[in-house]
Design a protein around this ligand. Structure first.
Ligand code: SF4
Ligand code: SF4
Length: 306
């Protein structure tokens, strides 16, 4: 059971201003920290855990050794060549190391925000929202912190601010129905058409997600389906045909194809995590033209990229 003060706060990664690819106009994006999925290609691995995490940027480290002395858990070490490294499995996340690091090579990903503090931060950007912009809730997964998201949305709507949600669609039905009450525009991910393969790539099955997509359509929320196109997961001609059938069945009006990229690869190293896609090349937009053309036969609006 959550206490009232937990409902009033949310675990966020950051609030990023001047975003141009997270919805219409100029937007401020609120990155929620914590996600129930574990997509193997995730470009924001620091947004998966619901807890604050230590990020070690090795290129900024001057090997001064202060963190090694400060760490009570023995999680910061030095190898025989003098290089500093972090042992995530030993780390107790009390961040004594961050306070003593002179170069900001050690950083904390994630902290708790109150609704008031988040609104105060977002309001600074209000002037940029005039031409159809607003705020986007991204992640991580907004549905996983629905109490906080709902309170923040309420406060932003009082200021007349438009809200887009980027979501995996994975949650309880109750949480999803709550989001539909205040979300102005939905960017809804469908990562695979086949449940077994969806489970294999993301850790969860697709049925509940598709049920929620249907709920959003029935509620007439403006929405675009987003498909991240991922090597060895959903990039084959048969996948394209199946996606096309599925989206036609749901009478989807807008689709965004998101080409696989490697922007997040360095973060796996910073967090001390394995990255299964480290040797895969980023996709070029042109590689998805054929898929986009196929979809355009059935869907009125198809774009490549966010
Ligand atoms: S967060 Fe704490 S346990 Fe982890 S490396 Fe820093 S000081 Fe050590
Ligand atoms: S305190 Fe910072 S700069 Fe010094 S060794 Fe540790 S990580 Fe590197």
């Amino acid at each position: 059971m959550k206490t009232d003060s937990q409902k009033e706060t949310g675990m966020l990664l950051e609030i990023q201003r001047f975003c141009l690819h997270d919805g219409p106009g100029i937007r401020t994006t609120v990155f929620f920290k914590g996600c129930p999925l574990r997509c193997k290609w995730c470009s924001n691995p620091e947004s998966q855990s619901f807890r604050p995490q230590l990020q070690f940027v090795e290129t900024s480290c001057i090997r001064c050794g202060r963190c090694i002395k400060a760490c009570p858990a023995g999680a910061m070490r030095r190898d025989p060549t003098g290089k500093t490294y972090h042992l995530p499995e030993k780390c107790g996340s009390h961040f004594a190391c961050v306070a003593v690091c002179p170069t900001k090579a050690l950083r904390i990903a994630g902290r708790r925000w109150t609704v008031e503090a988040a609104v105060h931060e977002i309001e600074k950007d209000k002037v940029f929202f005039r031409e159809g912009g607003g705020v986007t809730f991204s992640g991580g997964e907004v549905l996983a912190q629905i109490d906080f998201a709902e309170r923040l949305a309420e406060a932003l709507h009082q200021e007349g601010i438009h809200i887009t949600c980027e979501t995996t669609g994975f949650s309880s039905e109750e949480s999803f129905r709550r989001l539909l009450r205040w979300c102005d525009l939905l960017y809804f991910d469908v990562k695979h058409w086949d449940s077994r393969q969806h489970l294999q790539g993301t850790g969860v099955e697709v049925e509940k997600i598709l049920d929620h997509l249907k709920l959003a359509i029935d509620a007439r929320i403006p929405l675009a389906v987003r498909i991240p196109v991922i090597p060895r997961f959903n990039d084959q001609p048969e996948d394209q045909r199946q996606f096309c059938q599925l989206l036609k069945k749901y009478q989807i009006q807008e689709v965004h194809l998101l080409p696989f990229h490697q922007f997040g690869s360095g973060k796996y190293q910073q967090l001390g995590l394995e990255y299964e896609y480290q040797h895969d090349k980023s996709m070029k937009k042109e590689e998805l033209e054929g898929f986009a053309e196929m979809l355009r036969q059935e869907i009125p609006k198809v774009q490549i990229g966010g």
